[in-house]
Design a protein around this ligand. Structure first.
Ligand code: ARG
Length: 466
């Protein structure tokens, strides 16, 4: 970045200024260090604006043509990496326009007719966030596919289901995976909803009040792929709710990713060994040769903090701002950029990790029966077969669990005599419900863990994804 002497006033707005800004003023004021990322959106918006200015007779066709071509030259310079970004020109908008002037001369000065940087930046940033919604939707689709594939491979593999991270009832691996598919599916629809709501054009709102030039806002809206122009110019330049919605959807999605990451960390430990991560998604230790660390999962879990932080930061920026534009809003970009980058990386890493993950069927099944996981099935048998009230059945089962625990065995290891010592009417066929496979197969309620139900869930998702 080349720095100009601070003695001259800004060439874009310095008409009434005798001197340039203090160096520290320039440092706090400039956004070109980060908003250069909006160059493609800025040039796209300017080209649409110039074409509209010509179509409405506000500028000449030849000027619009020169502007349109010149902007493409600027675009290719930036893409080639040899664009002379200048801090003195503050932001991407003025850097592009100043360079346009060097490239095409006088007509460049007509581009900013009927427009302000306020509607310009609102347009550029909306276009950028809209692209990120598309990227998140695509990333989530890939992640959902990978998760469904995992679910399908082990639709009937039993594993312990937990509450309080204590053994609760047996569930299936497919059921557990499909729980995340549902969460990611809602995440996806949040990005779709946000995208649809943000797809209105601020361009033409000008500084805040609209403009006296006979502009055609429908034309620019259409050229930029927006559904319509925003209906109120004050709102158009002064709200950033579209970014807040993107960040909020990202934050919720991030929390889902973080919970799955946490499970992968636990499950890949030597104590659990529910899953094995591939070498591609593990790292070793420089001192402990046996280590295989789930770093990608840990980093997904940790990086989520950046997304939550960005969300809080932008809410904080916006919460006290009077209408319309305030420079505070320049702080919307770095946070959103970082959150979007983090989300896309986390989505890609989770997709990769899941695609290469092996669930250890035998370990899952062995763990499924530990910890009296079929105690509820026993209580339900007492209700169903002996007509006990559930509370009494709960009590009888509790006594049997205590007996088994005292002997260091599981419920199916007790004898019929043991059972009958607690409740005389218990019969041999009670043992049919104490197995983990029977237990999961019995949970046929809609959305339940029975393999048939899980396969139905998988089927519905595969249809949706097709
Ligand atoms: N760089 C500014 C931003 O990101 C552009 C808008 C500046 N507008 C203004 N009136 N100073 O918000």
């Amino acid at each position: 970045m080349t720095d100009r002497p601070k003695t001259s006033a800004n060439s874009m707005w310095g008409g009434r200024f005798a001197a340039g800004p203090d160096a520290i003023m320039e440092a706090i004021n400039a956004s070109i260090g980060f908003d250069r990322r909006l160059y493609a959106q800025d040039i796209r918006g300017s080209r649409a604006h110039a074409a509209m200015l010509a179509a409405t007779g506000i500028i000449s066709d030849s000027d619009a043509e020169a502007i349109g071509k010149g902007l493409l030259t600027v675009l290719s310079e930036i893409e080639a990496g040899d664009f002379p970004f200048q801090t003195a020109l503050e932001d991407i908008h003025m850097n592009v326009e100043a360079r346009l002037k060097e490239v095409i001369g006088e007509p460049a000065g007509r581009l900013h007719t009927g427009r302000s940087r306020n509607d310009q930046v609102a347009t550029d940033f909306r276009l950028w966030v809209r692209d990120q919604c598309d990227a998140a939707i695509e990333g989530l689709r890939a992640l959902i596919r990978a998760t469904v594939t995992q679910a399908e491979a082990g639709a009937d593999w039993v594993m312990p289901g937990f509450t309080h991270l204590q053994t609760a009832q047996p569930v299936t691996w497919g059921h557990h995976m499909m729980a995340y598919v549902e969460m990611f599916g809602r995440d996806l629809s949040r990005f779709q909803d946000a995208r649809a709501r943000m797809n209105e054009s601020p361009l033409g709102a000008a500084a805040l009040a609209g403009t006296g030039y006979p502009i055609d806002r429908d034309m620019t809206a259409q050229a930029l792929g927006f559904d319509r122009p925003m209906a109120n110019s004050l709102d158009a330049v002064s709200d950033r709710d579209f970014a807040l919605e993107f960040l909020s959807a990202s934050a919720i999605c991030a929390v889902h990713l973080s919970r799955l990451a946490e499970e992968l960390v636990i499950w890949s430990s030597a104590q659990f060994r529910f899953v094995s991560m591939s070498d591609k998604w593990s790292t070793g230790s420089s001192i402990m040769p046996q280590k295989r660390n789930p770093d990608a999962a840990e980093l997904i879990r940790a990086k989520i903090g950046r997304i939550l932080g960005a969300t809080v930061a932008l809410f904080t920026v916006m919460k006290g701002l009077p209408l319309a534009y305030s420079k505070d809003m320049q702080e919307d970009k770095e946070q959103t950029f970082d959150a979007a980058d983090t989300l896309m990386l986390a989505l890609a890493a989770m997709t990769g990790m899941l695609s290469d993950l092996t669930a250890n069927r035998d370990r899952l099944e062995a763990a499924a029966g530990i910890g009296f996981s079929t105690a509820t099935d026993l209580a339900d048998w007492l209700v169903r077969e002996l007509g006990l009230p559930f509370r009494d059945a709960h009590h009888v089962t509790g006594s049997l669990v205590a007996m088994a625990e005292g002997r260091g065995v599981d419920l199916p290891d007790l004898t019929l005599e043991d059972m009958q010592s607690v409740h005389g009417q218990i019969r041999q066929d009670v043992f049919n419900v104490l197995g983990v496979h029977k237990s999961v197969a019995s949970r046929q309620s809609y959305g339940g863990t029975a393999p048939d139900q899980v396969r139905a869930q998988i089927g519905r998702w595969k249809e949706k994804l097709a």
